[in-house]
Design a protein around this ligand. Structure first.
Ligand code: ATP
Ligand code: MG
Length: 578
């Protein structure tokens, strides 16, 4: 199958089928249902830790978990995996809920928190102590590491391993009561210090941490580890398929061990490859660093791979869901070309974004033979992909703006747009000819073009079929609105931002040109009523979104979501040919 052929994490870019393939997790669920496992129930969960904003990798997990539940008439819970109070915050809880909803998924009333299970998890721990399967250990974190051994050498038993059940119960109770300082004691599972799997060498179940939790405040000063909390939380919620990323594969024996020892409902843990994207970091630790050190303006900076960033940039939930379906679900790590995500967005916006004209870097054009006070309302098509959206009027007058790029004083070979003595068609309007160039006498910069128009060539009229080699966009100077436009490039200059030379770090790969702000762009007057989050295609320039933070009624700000050029489509064409 195509998805198993995905390149390994060598930086190679995986070849990915255009439509979503069936995948091994879907096959497992289908088989389980056939065999009547779990009484025919499918119950998944999405378990974020509220220590950062969700990113595009999480979107893959959300689409998978909520998607499977929907497909098999099951349920998917939203569970906050909030067992580490020192890094977690309600700001993150709120943003995660908003982002999952925005992506188009709903958990009804099934919003759960691992912290709600703290009393229950504590009881489970007592059960294991009573069964002689857990003990209180006085080794420090460093000592525990020393005793653990290595991949090639077995570990050593802790000197505290053979404490009596009574002593363990008493000490664990005192840990909970707050009698000991952070890190002084832990509760550990009594498994096997010689296990080839390091996770099975008496892993820590509880640690002492005198920290205020965002939900349980100061009620607890011992907190369960991920390994002890996760499987038991799954079990409490009656989860059938506990889907997680590959780095937990080695934890699966431990996941199973706890559930078996406790004899409680036993969900099946299934691991899949996490999403990696070119030119992108998807580690929450690194994303937090970008925010805290102000390399970006916040979690929702349009250059961030967070869902909040993508939303602000102009990505649609549909484009992200399509992308997640297309990349499939595999068992081996690979890196997906970010061009494929951009391709999904273009495809979606091509269908739905209204076309408008905007000039990013304006150059003034005066049409000398056009009457001073005349204004024509020209008819422009809103979306050629969707005729039901009809047409609108665009004002045309004697003074216009065109793109500076669309004029060259000395045109290179193959440049067919405007230059002295040459003609070009103005979209929806007339053919104009450049008759003179006005320059700033000091700098030599071109400040204005003097042109004449051919009144016979109005678009759509019977004489309009005179051919010129290029059509350019424009706005009427007097009618257009000034806007700020923000153009983005990849946040990193390297396909793999983690590739850096000795002595430097990943931050040296930050792209100093990832943001370009243009503060005197001009947009056609129909955009005066544009609202936060509205999406447009600026003809010939790309898809743009009204910024949901900085844009104001009389000071519009647009983000370029994506350009029109589609490098992914090109990659696909060469793949098909090859
Ligand atoms: P941390 O570094 O804090 O552990 P995390 O990325 O694992 O971060 P979680 O909040 O624990 O973040 O993740 C919630 C869920 O999303 C988990 O099931 C995790 O496996 C999944 N997930 C996280 N990153 C990716 C990714 N890049 N691709 C697919 N799934 C992911
Ligand atoms: Mg995690």
């Amino acid at each position: 199958m195509a998805e198993t052929k995905a390149a390994e994490s060598s930086g190679a870019v995986a070849a990915i089928p255009e439509s979503g393939p069936s995948h091994f997790i879907r096959n497992i669920v289908t088989e389980d249902l056939k065999r009547g496992k779990n009484q025919g129930r499918v119950h998944t969960r999405f378990p974020p830790e509220p220590n950062g904003y969700l990113h595009i990798g999480h979107a893959k997990s959300i689409c998978l978990n909520f998607g499977l539940a929907a497909e098999f008439d099951g349920l998917c819970n939203l569970r906050f995996d909030d067992t580490n109070p020192s890094k977690e915050d309600v700001e993150y809880v709120d943003s995660i809920k908003a982002d999952v909803h925005w992506l188009g998924f709903d958990w009804d009333s099934r919003e759960f928190y691992a912290s709600d299970y703290f009393p229950k998890l504590y009881q489970f721990a007592i059960q294991l102590i009573k069964a002689g399967k857990a003990y209180v250990c006085d080794l420090s974190a460093d000592e525990i590491r020393e005793y653990r051994g290595t991949l090639t050498e077995p570990g050593k038993n802790s000197p505290y391993r053979d404490r009596s059940v009574e002593e363990n119960l008493e000490l664990f109770e005192r840990m909970k009561a707050g009698e000991f300082a952070d890190g002084v004691r832990t509760l550990r599972a009594k498994i096997d210090m010689a296990s080839p799997n390091l996770n099975m060498r008496d892993p820590v179940m509880y640690r002492i941490l005198h920290a205020t939790h965002h939900r349980t405040a100061d009620q607890w000063c011992i907190y369960p580890t991920y390994d002890f909390a996760h499987g038991q939380s799954d079990s409490i919620e009656g989860i059938t398929h506990s889907i997680c990323t590959l780095e937990f594969e080695d934890h699966r024996p431990l996941y199973d061990w706890f559930l078996d020892q406790l004899s409680i409902h036993h969900p099946q843990q299934i691991e899949f490859a996490r999403l990696n994207l070119t030119y992108t970091v998807l580690s929450k630790r690194k994303l937090l660093q970008l925010v805290q050190h102000e390399h970006v303006t916040g979690w929702d900076d349009p250059r961030m791979p967070t869902l909040a960033g993508f939303r602000r940039r102009g990505y649609t939930p549909e484009a992200i869901r399509t992308f997640c379906e297309r990349i499939g679900v595999a068992k081996r790590n690979s890196v997906v070309d970010i061009a494929m995500l951009e391709h999904s967005l273009r495809e979606d916006l091509n269908k739905r974004a209204p076309r408008v004209m905007a000039v990013l870097r304006p150059l003034r054009v005066v049409i000398e033979n056009y009457p001073e006070d005349q204004v024509e309302e020209l008819e422009a098509v809103n979306n050629p992909e969707d005729p039901s959206t009809g047409t609108r009027k665009v004002p045309f007058s004697r003074v216009l703006y065109i793109e500076q790029d669309d004029f060259r004083e000395t045109p290179p070979k193959g440049f067919f747009r405007l230059s002295p003595g040459r003609e070009v068609r103005l979209r929806y309007a007339y053919i104009i000819k450049c008759v003179d160039v006005v320059k700033n006498p000091r700098t030599g910069d071109v400040t204005e073009l003097r042109c004449i128009y051919d009144a016979q060539t109005k678009s759509g009229s019977s004489h309009s079929n005179r051919k010129v080699k290029a059509t350019i966009h424009w706005v009427s100077a007097a009618h257009s609105k000034t806007a700020e436009v923000r153009l983005y490039d990849h946040l990193f200059t390297k396909e793999d931002p983690d590739e850096f030379s000795e002595g430097s770090d990943w931050l040296t790969n930050l792209n100093p040109k990832s943001l370009e702000r243009l503060d005197s762009s001009r947009v056609e007057p129909s955009l005066a009523s544009a609202e936060s989050g509205d999406l447009y295609q600026f003809e010939r320039l790309g898809y743009f979104c009204v910024d949901n933070v900085d844009s104001k009624k009389d000071a519009l700000v647009f983000n370029r979501a994506v350009t029109l050029r589609d490098s992914w489509a090109k990659i696909e064409r060469t793949q098909k040919r090859g």
